[in-house]
Design a protein around this ligand. Structure first.
Ligand code: SAH
Length: 232
């Protein structure tokens, strides 16, 4: 079974959206992964198909109801479904390449997209939802965040990127940002490709790239650099 993503959303028409393009979209077509959307409104019980209500304790906006979300989750994932259940949330654990790799090695994910002010806390606990954030800013809904997560995961699945686009060197894979890349022309507006890269000397190229990656990481991401040096 390939990676199977189920999305619970008020806006199913947004999918696959950008996930239908390029290598990610080809992977969807050729079965490297699969995607289903569940329309949250289908789980509402009144004739207006209401999914939200005003926040208890007062305040602006609306909150997605626990009972309706739980019904959608239960219908999407049976008791023995091994897939992690994720809620996209600005209060969640920040997404990292490490978690992306773990998800890519697993059976898939059930992803709940929040809207409005968010979701009733009780469904997060009752369905053991893993809250994941894509960064310290607030979006209008979880759909784009879910796409970000899925795009990062799917590109790691077997057969999605060609062999020439290996993951080993990429940013974060080694706790480092990637070294600078160059391609022809040899001279662009008076700027040359660093001579070492056209020397044909693999050892020197490797060394130069490693030094560049280290310097870049130290300079731009002291947090990553510090975390890396703490490793045994
Ligand atoms: N009132 C909430 C924000 C709600 S934004 C708060 O202050 O925490 C509406 C929905 O957008 C959220 O339920 C979540 O699903 C999604 N969302 C917003 N920002 C996000 C982020 N940084 N990462 C992941 N999902 C996010």
């Amino acid at each position: 079974m390939s990676f199977y993503a189920s999305i619970i959303t008020l806006f199913p028409d947004l999918f696959p959206g950008p996930l239908g393009a390029s290598v990610i979209g080809r992977g969807l077509e050729n079965g490297a992964w699969s995607l289903e959307t569940r329309f949250l409104r289908d789980y509402a019980s009144d004739k207006h198909r209401t999914v939200d209500d005003t926040p208890s304790g007062g305040g602006a906006g609306m909150v997605l109801r626990a009972d309706i979300l739980a019904a959608a989750i239960d219908d999407t994932a049976a008791q023995d479904d091994p897939r992690p259940k994720i809620l996209m949330s600005p209060r969640g654990t920040p997404l990292t390449q490490k978690r992306v790799r773990e998800l890519a090695a697993g059976p898939g994910a059930v992803i709940v997209c929040g809207r409005f002010e968010g979701v009733d806390q009780r469904v997060i606990e009752a369905r053991d939802l893993e809250e994941i954030s894509i960064g310290d800013y607030v979006l209008a809904g979880g759909e784009v965040a879910a796409m970000v997560l899925l795009e990062a995961v799917v590109r790691l699945l077997p057969g999605v990127l060609g062999a020439e686009e290996s993951h080993a060197d990429e940013s974060f894979e080694d706790g480092l940002l990637e070294y600078p890349q160059f391609t022809r022309p040899q001279v662009f507006e008076g700027r040359e490709i660093p001579p070492v890269l056209i020397s044909g000397d693999h050892g020197r190229v490797e060394k130069w790239r490693r030094e560049q990656a280290q310097a870049l990481t130290q300079d731009r991401r002291p947090d990553l650099w510090a975390a890396r040096k703490q490793k045994p």
